[in-house]
Design a protein around this ligand. Structure first.
Ligand code: BGC
Length: 469
């Protein structure tokens, strides 16, 4: 099967399907997302036991949780340049080694210092995977299937988070935190072994003077020898590119619109509060009126499940209705849910009815995120940048996302203390409205376009002009 891009009545429509091979490559790469979700999610449960084993102060607890985000910021910022220089595949292999090493160090840690060091290593792996996985998938996928295939990454993140909740729950009774952290070795090894069998992307190969291999890989992943048109388009784009792969080129006028979209969405994805729910859901639910810890944890798992299911819905829609309609609808849903959640916390005495109402609203909020800012941020930053600087540019957006994640995670509890929960959620709601306006005015539609077509539009000074096609 192959992909045909046809001009029809002035619009590019794409008839696309992909071979099984490209799907397998995408799935293996997406395991990097599973580790991202698992390793960021698992600590909330594990911390309860680590805290008592090592007699951790609040500061040390915060450190154990947040050094992962610091590691991820560094990993994302540096990983992009390395992926441009040494290839996407090699970076994914390195990422797998880092994940396995980090998981072993954490599971075997005999002191809090070693545990923190292990968490930094895990963080580096998470950052690298968030930079390389979306780019790898977007460069092997056919245009018309790229949306859902790159979104496999976000799906894997959500499955990782849900598995972490379940593993924490499963090992909760015995308090085996070493198992909770050590189990990440399994997907880490899967990522490494899988990527050993997978090829480098044809676009990176072509860009690095390995034209013959690039064509062979393209034919293999498209399942047809008829790849001349796609390969010619890739070459044409490379010959027009002037970038040399430096960070400073991100600021060039021609790249700036894409940089604005990537950095803007990176920040909005976080400052609209998603991780206050992902990391602190049990606390939020308890304070809304469900005092039992098991009730709160089960409700949290329900929220995790909604996140997975709605990501699947997004994947089904993303190449059909396009990125913008999903983004705008989902962010509107987030803004409304945050507004309503603020009112739930206005009630004078928390009751279990009110607690369940909060759970329902949190589910609506996460569902709205899962069809919009969740997958679409990672997708767009893998498709809007020119090939020559795609790695560094994606890494810069991903690194900004991790830094914003760190700021929100570290300030959430203090904000609740200072403003109260209602105003805190209303604040996130106002930021969601800002995010909606940003998306409406700045974010382009990329549905069905080849990466080369998107790059041409960026260079044409029409300011992306892929808007409302
Ligand atoms: C975000 C993470 C978040 C996750 C939740 C991802 O797209 O980048 O910060 O925890 O979605 O599903």
């Amino acid at each position: 099967m192959n992909t045909q891009v046809k001009a029809e009545s002035g619009l590019l429509t794409v008839q696309a399907s992909s071979t099984g091979f490209v799907f397998v490559a995408a799935v293996f790469a997406a395991v990097g997302g599973l580790l991202f979700g698992y390793d960021t999610g698992v600590i909330s449960g594990a911390l309860l036991f680590i805290k008592s084993q090592f007699h951790l102060s609040v500061f040390h607890q915060e450190l154990v949780v947040s050094v992962v985000l610091i590691g991820a910021t560094v990993g994302a910022l540096s990983g992009g340049k390395l992926a441009d220089a040494y290839g996407r595949r090699l970076m994914l292999l390195l990422t797998a080694v880092i994940f396995v090493a980090g998981a072993i160090v954490c599971a075997a840690a005999g002191s809090v210092g070693v545990l923190i060091a292990g968490r930094i290593v895990v963080g580096l792996g998470i950052g690298l995977s968030s930079t390389t996985v979306p780019v790898y998938i977007s460069e092997v996928s056919p245009a018309g299937a790229r949306g859902w295939q790159v979104s496999l990454f976000q799906l894997a993140v959500t499955v990782g988070i849900l598995s972490a909740y379940l593993v924490d729950y499963g090992f909760g009774k015995s308090g085996s935190w070493r198992w909770m952290l050590g189990l990440a070795v399994v997907p880490g090894a899967m990522l490494g072994l899988g990527m050993l069998a997978m090829p480098e992307t044809p676009r990176w190969l072509a860009e690095h003077g390995q034209g013959n291999t690039a064509q062979k890989v393209l034919a293999r992943i498209r399942g047809t020898p008829n790849i001349q048109a796609e390969y010619a388009e890739i070459q044409d784009t490379i010959s027009q590119a002037k970038e040399r792969g430096h960070f400073s080129e991100l600021l060039a006028p021609v790249v700036r619109p894409a940089l604005t979209v990537g950095i803007g969405l990176a920040i909005f994805q976080q400052i609209t509060g998603i991780n206050t729910v992902i990391y602190y859901a049990p606390t939020i639910i308890q304070s809304a009126g469900i005092p039992s810890a098991t009730g709160a944890i089960l409700a949290t798992a329900g929220i995790g499940l909604v996140n997975v299911l709605m990501t699947l819905v997004a994947m089904w829609l993303i190449d059909r209705v396009g990125r913008r309609p999903l983004l705008l609808t989902g962010i509107s849903g987030m803004a409304v849910s945050l507004g309503v959640l603020g009112f739930v916390f206005r009630a004078h005495a928390p009751s279990s009815q009110q607690g369940w109402l909060a759970v329902f609203i949190l589910m609506a909020y996460v569902a709205s995120f899962a069809i919009s800012l969740g997958p679409i941020f990672w997708l767009l930053i893998a498709e809007i940048y020119p090939l020559k600087i795609r790695g560094i540019a994606e890494g810069t957006a991903a690194g900004t996302n991790w830094a914003a994640n760190l700021v929100v995670s570290l300030t959430f509890l203090s904000l609740v203390q200072a403003l109260g929960p209602s105003w805190t959620f209303w604040l996130y709601g106002v930021l969601a409205i800002g995010s909606l306006l940003f998306s409406y005015f700045v974010v382009p539609e990329t549905k069905g376009r080849t990466l080369e077509d998107i790059e041409k539009a960026l260079r044409s000074q029409r300011g992306f002009s892929l808007q409302r096609q």
